[in-house]
Write a protein that binds this ligand. Structure first.
Ligand code: V47
Length: 344
């Protein structure tokens, strides 16, 4: 089978449901067999004070969420200390775009974590935050990315990608990092020999063509840099935000999107079913529609749970591993760069 082009990818949305699933499953099996990867990680979202207004966001402090907070570095370090004792291998740190804290508040915490816990992988700062910090503090992307590396950031998460189509993007998150800027930042990160992820927020006002366009743009950069570890389709959560979406996306459409992304993104090794936004049950089914990664135990999460996801307190490791096994797959604990650590 040759490379799938835009029209073929769009057509796949009308394919027979289980045929499509099987096609994606075949690719998944070639790449990963029955292994499902996860890591023991903790999300930390240190502030919800945000300069930008994204219509889909329920996390940032606003009329719908008047409870502003900004964590101190000591509070963040205390969390890292707790999770280190519980065996976490990664902290995933993303925040809102807070204009009141100063650049040092954003960067110094990485150094403090790295100095005290050199074995913990720091996945931090989305391209949207890099863009915000560069503009706010009059720095180039190169300078911010170098500062991240100097201060101990190991890889970049895939947030802030949303939908790359400019019209949809303008409607859902006007003023935030543009699609071209998002790719420029990740390109520069990859050129430094570093890895990152890429997300897609779907199930709101976008259509199938926008999703396929999103995947094609990712595939193009990946052809050049090979720097993306993982694609993560994020299912839009409907509560407490300003995007007026009446009907949730169906499970059928979610699974089709997983399968098509597995087939289109032939150069991205991993497809993550982020159980936080897909629900655990659907993430388990997505394992048969191309997904080979279920993120991790998370322990605490604030961005998606603010919009209705049932992820505020993460999931217990034993339960997580049991669910993967019961669904017929092999749970493999990985590190943040997909080196295998333990078959559970
Ligand atoms: O960019 C915001 C999304 C993202 C909503 O790289 C929403 O491994 C659904 O990027 N409904 C942040 N989603 C989370 C993220 C992420 C998550 C897990 C793993 C990785 C990784 C990255 O959350 C934002 C935005 O697209 N988001 N609001 C909402 N209402």
């Amino acid at each position: 089978m040759g490379r799938i082009d835009f029209d073929e990818a769009l057509k796949l949305y009308d394919a027979e449901f289980f045929d499509l699933g099987e096609k994606a499953d075949r690719v998944r099996k070639q790449l990963h067999g029955k292994k499902t990867y996860f890591n023991i990680n903790r999300h930390i979202n240190p502030t919800n004070v945000c300069k930008d207004i994204c219509k889909f966001c329920a996390y940032s402090a606003s009329r719908k969420n008047p409870n502003q907070y900004t964590m101190s570095h000591d509070e963040i370090l205390q969390v890292v200390d707790e999770i280190d004792k519980k065996g976490a291998k990664e902290v995933h740190i993303v925040s809102a775009h807070n204009p009141n804290t100063g650049l040092e508040w954003y960067l110094e915490i990485f150094k403090k974590i790295k100095d005290a816990y050199p074995h913990i992988h720091i996945k931090a700062l989305t391209a949207a935050e890099v863009n915000f910090l560069a503009k706010e503090y009059n720095k180039s992307y190169d300078e911010i990315l170098d500062l991240m590396i100097e201060n101990g950031v190991d890889s970049m998460p895939g947030g802030g990608a949303e939908i790359f189509d400019e019209k949809v993007r303008d409607y859902i998150c006007k003023g935030k990092v543009s699609s071209d800027e998002w790719f420029e930042i990740h390109r520069k990160w990859h050129e430094r020999g570093k890895k990152s992820n890429v997300t897609m927020l779907f199930g709101h006002v976008e259509n199938r063509a926008h999703r396929v366009d999103h995947m094609m743009r990712i595939r193009n950069l990946q052809d050049e840099t090979g720097g993306f570890n993982c694609f993560i389709p994020l299912v839009y959560q409907m509560e407490n935000n300003y995007l007026n979406v009446k009907e949730p996306i169906t499970a059928n459409e979610i699974l089709r999107t997983f399968a098509i992304s597995r087939l289109v993104l032939d150069n991205v090794p991993n497809l993550k079913a982020y159980w936080v936004t897909s629900t655990v049950n659907l993430a388990l089914v997505a394992q048969e529609f191309g997904a080979n990664d279920l993120d991790g135990t998370i322990q605490k999460e604030s961005i998606n749970s603010a919009a209705g996801a049932k992820s505020a307190n993460g999931i217990e490791l034993d339960e997580f591993v049991g669910l993967i096994k019961d669904s017929g797959f092999t749970p493999v604990e990985r590190d943040s760069l997909y080196n295998e650590l333990k078959v559970w």
